[in-house]
Design a protein around this ligand. Sequence first.
Ligand code: XMP
Length: 503
Amino acid sequence: MAMSRWQNVDSAFTATPDEAAFWAGRTFDDFLFRPQKTESQTRRTISVKSLLTADIALDLPIVSSNMDSVTGADMARAMAMHGGIGVVHRGMSIERQASEVAVVKRSQSAVIDSPLCLPMGTSIRQARRFARQHGITGILIETASGSNVLAGLLSNRDTPVHDDAAEDRVVDDFMTPLSRLVTGAPDISTDEAERLMFEHRIERLPLIDGANRIQGLITRRDINLNRKQPGASKDSAGHLRCAAAVGARGDYLERAAALLEAGADLLFVDIAHGHSVIMERAVAGLRGQFGNVPLVCGNIATSAGARFMRDIGADAIKVGVGPGCGCRTRLETAAGVPQLQAIREAYLAVGDKVPIVADGGVKTDKDIFLALICGASTVMLGSALSGTDEAPGHVIQDPATHMKKKLYRGMTSPEAVMEALYDSGSSEERDAALEIPPEGQEIQVPYRGSVSTILQRIRGHLQSSVSYGGETTLAAVREKVLPDPTAFLVPLSAAARIESYER
Ligand code: XMP
């Protein structure tokens, strides 16, 4: 049988001319899924686990975009707690990005191995700034800088509010000293730690050895969160997983080193046109310096682009050129492939060998399911997670309507480019950036409260989709549908689209 231009000689997956015609020009709103008979009694226990890379599985196959209006430490933490993962954006200085990653890595695990400390003699002003910067509410105080010997604990409840005079006093005056602190041994069990904290009505339990050297910290909040979120994305040491973005030029190796040092679990090598020599050199540079660190590379939108990424050694391939609602690439350059077609092309090219992250264009939850059964293993969301408390940026109120909103913007919008350069660039870099026409835009999105509600809704809808797929796990639906989604998808007429989506 004649094979199409999408044929991939290295893969068992090939597209026939009929298949090629089926996918050409198609995206999410072009299809419905044909409901399948189900044996399932309840949707709540349905697993939607999927692979981000061959070695990293996510309980919820959702990744938050590396955009400055979507993912900083707060979003990355929330994503990991719900079983997804966040990619901390790179539109800031190396130091700031690394410290955002460090906040996530330190934020939730039964035992914090290297708790943050300040020495005695630190002013309250400095301690407050330190706590804000690292997103913590309690600081261990050591006897002297670097001694690692516990002197006391300063919690935010210990420091006086609205008292300017106190700002210049030292932490020693307000902390609970070691003599009055309840502490645990370094190898204390979580149950015993919890019992101690309950008995003494305390929130934090410093762990010290016989010489009072700090060996860890357990917080009640972390224990509770661990219990509530059994599917949280964690590394082998029990810390929340966090990804971070790097570019492919300039200081990208230095940035990668700082991010890995801060604990990043994997790097997203993210450039607009990933099917490029620049990407190839960048991956070689990263491999040369950091060996097998997992690399998710993008973006591409074609089968040739996917094969290229596989061949240069990407651990996952990010697919999507221009579908995002902050993107103007297609409008300004004509470059792009409709997103569902791009996902399918990529999958036909690399099969299950390299997982695909479908990036951009998701407007409703059904799009996530369609992406997953047509080839993606995980789905990256930008606008769908924006406008939430966890997304960076302030809530603004429209003076006319009193509606609360937040800003969402493409990373190549003039606003995002300028802000990134104010944080880390020189004035020459700023001038040069202004000369490049933007391929992104800034929009206002409604304020939507906590991202937890959105992630729970997405999980619920995915579970329902799996049930309509006649299976009890996402993995099983993908296994059934992926070889030939054309047998499961119903192409829509204009009338059917109105019947389906217009409400
Ligand atoms: P959604 O649709 O989820 O898309 O909001 C998020 C994805 O959009 C991409 N992105 C951009 N694309 N110009 C572009 O062409 C930009 O300025 C831009 N900023 C972000 C990115 O892949 C993100 O994950």
